[in-house]
Design a protein around this ligand. Structure first.
Ligand code: CDP
Length: 215
């Protein structure tokens, strides 16, 4: 079965939550590609050269999920993510994941445009700057980080600016992406809309015999 769902969008728009819900609903594997860049950023903060860090990522680099979710690591991630050679080093892994038997959901910035331009479903998830900053502020506070709303808003704005302006794989919706603005939606409503969009394609593939019955 070949079903790839690409979910892109700016920081803290709700991509991860939606991606996890879609993966659970349809029995697909899920890859949060932001974690790859965060793991590289974290290694760079620890003194490794960026391209070497990207080429040498290991399973252990993902063991401490909380350590990857800090604002400092997020900033470092967006800096290394602007480097073409760093991105290049991560392409093969992401494409192999996307093509895995059983189907996959990948969320990030360039999944629908660069990593999987042939993905069967593409979503571009957005929300207003204020809503995104508020959501990330609450997440970070709940995880025990001493942050202010103003600092979180500035962090998101700086990363989004860098992600949109970079020459390689900038953050932009694929032409054929479905736009999903989650500003006025709660988690249940946002995930329900994404599931409806995937369901249409999933049912078509299943009818064509491309998806095993029962999934
Ligand atoms: O969770 P949040 O949306 O704040 O960020 P993330 O998805 O964990 O990504 C962290 C950073 O990695 C982003 O600001 C991007 O600079 C970079 N990134 C990227 O360039 N391409 C991707 N496919 C995923 C993340």
């Amino acid at each position: 079965m070949r079903l790839t769902v690409a979910i892109d969008g700016p920081a803290a728009a709700g991509k991860g939550t939606i991606a996890r819900a879609v993966a659970a609903e349809f029995g697909l594997a899920h890859l949060d590609t932001g974690l790859l860049y965060r793991a590289v950023g974290r290694r760079v903060l620890a003194g490794t050269e960026p391209v070497e860090a990207a080429q040498g990522l290991r399973r252990e680099d993902f063991a401490d999920a909380q350590a990857l979710r800090t604002p400092d690591v997020a900033q470092a991630a967006s800096q290394v993510a602007a480097m073409a050679e760093v991105r290049e080093a991560l392409v093969a892994f992401q494409r192999a994941f996307a093509c895995r038997q059983g189907g996959a959901v990948l969320d990030g910035r360039d999944i629908g445009t660069v990593i999987c331009p042939d993905a069967e479903v593409k979503l571009f998830v957005t929300a207003t700057d204020d809503i995104r900053a508020g959501r990330r502020f609450r997440e970070l506070r709940e995880a025990g980080h001493e942050v202010t709303l103003a600092a979180v808003a500035a962090d998101l704005a700086a990363r989004d600016r860098r992600d949109r302006a970079r020459a390689t794989a900038p953050l932009t919706p694929a032409e054929d992406a479905l736009l999903l603005d989650t500003s006025e939606l709660n988690i249940k409503e946002a995930t329900a809309r994404a599931i409806v969009a995937v369901r249409a394609v999933f049912d078509r593939l299943q009818a064509a015999g491309a998806v095993p019955e029962g999934q």
